[in-house]
Design a protein around this ligand. Structure first.
Ligand SMILES: [Cu+2]
Length: 299
């Protein structure tokens, strides 16, 4: 009886397989190591292009130019996610092409290419790496969501947005109108119609550079409040007030939407929005106060 234990035959076969594999992989590896810096350079160039070129629909990947600090954060998350997706895509495509080129069946050989299975390090790699990627995306999403959802203790302007079938009412709670039914500046209007078009839509005016809080309430069904370049929308739910804040970074105007199918005239549930300078806002709100006090309520 021999005292030297013999290695199991499968181990020999495994070692041999590994030796063959490493011999075959050597030229591929040198080529890969030459390609890697170029791929890295391309990735850095991609980042530089997105960061340095003028702000346009292409670099924003289809998004409109944001008009608030919160919108800018959402846009950066959108762009960052695309850059991450492209880098992952490039690595995966690179590996696929590498496998196709360097691990195909050899010409003139009847045998199939070397078959590999149960490679623990590789299996661990492709299990752990996706977890890391999800973790990274989760981190940036949670961080930005917290920023976008943050409510300040003392917003400069508070507006209660009332959604109803099929229009909006904007209540400027901190701007009193003595003697009116609501007691503060209230803007309302009519849904879009074929006769009057946008002429009678309600108007929302907010100042640039100030914290504006929106309190969202509904009197009937679920609506959703959406100003496209806010890069943000939020549901307006009966019995469940929602809130959010923005700080506008530029002046502008446009049409806001209801973005939750709420019935027959959902598509007509529009409003006009304007972001104006603080001086213009003050002039506008004083004019509204005077006009509404004269009229004895909402105009
Ligand atoms: Cu609606």
């Amino acid at each position: 009886m021999s005292s030297v234990p013999s290695a199991p035959p499968s181990r020999d076969a495994h070692d041999q397989g590994r030796a063959e594999r490493s011999a075959a992989a050597r030229p591929a590896r040198t080529r890969l190591s030459r390609l890697a810096p170029r791929a890295a350079l391309l990735a850095v160039l991609g980042l530089a292009i997105t960061g340095c070129t003028p702000d346009n629909a292409f670099t924003r990947l289809g998004w409109p130019a944001p008009v608030t600090t919160q919108g800018q954060v959402a846009l950066t998350l959108w762009q960052g996610s695309w850059i991450a997706a492209w880098i992952v895509g490039a690595v995966v495509w690179g590996l696929i092409i590498w496998a196709i080129i360097f691990h195909r069946k050899k010409r003139g050989s009847a045998a199939p290419p070397h078959q590999v299975r149960y490679n623990l390090p590789i299996e661990m790699l492709y299990t752990v790496v996706p977890f890391i990627m999800v973790g990274v995306l989760f981190f940036f999403t949670a961080r930005d969501e917290n920023f976008i959802d943050k409510l300040s203790a003392r917003p400069a302007v508070t507006i209660t947005v009332v959604g109803y079938q099929w229009s909006w009412e904007f209540q400027y709670n901190n701007y009193p109108v003595p003697g009116s039914s609501k007691g503060y500046v209230t803007e309302n209007g009519l849904p879009w119609s074929p006769e009057s078009g946008s002429a009678q839509l309600p108007v929302l005016v907010i100042p640039k550079g100030e914290t504006v809080r929106f309190n969202l309430v509904s009197t009937d069904v679920i609506h959703a409040f959406w100003i496209v370049p806010f890069e943000f929308k939020r549901d307006v739910i009966p019995g469940h007030p929602n809130h959010f804040e923005v700080t506008a970074t530029k002046t502008g105007s446009g049409i806001g939407h209801c973005t939750e199918l709420c019935g027959l005239y959902h598509s007509r549930m529009l409003f006009k929005w304007r972001i104006v300078t603080q001086a213009q806002f003050n002039a506008w709100i004083h004019a509204q106060q005077a006009a509404q006090q004269k009229a004895g309520g909402a105009q």
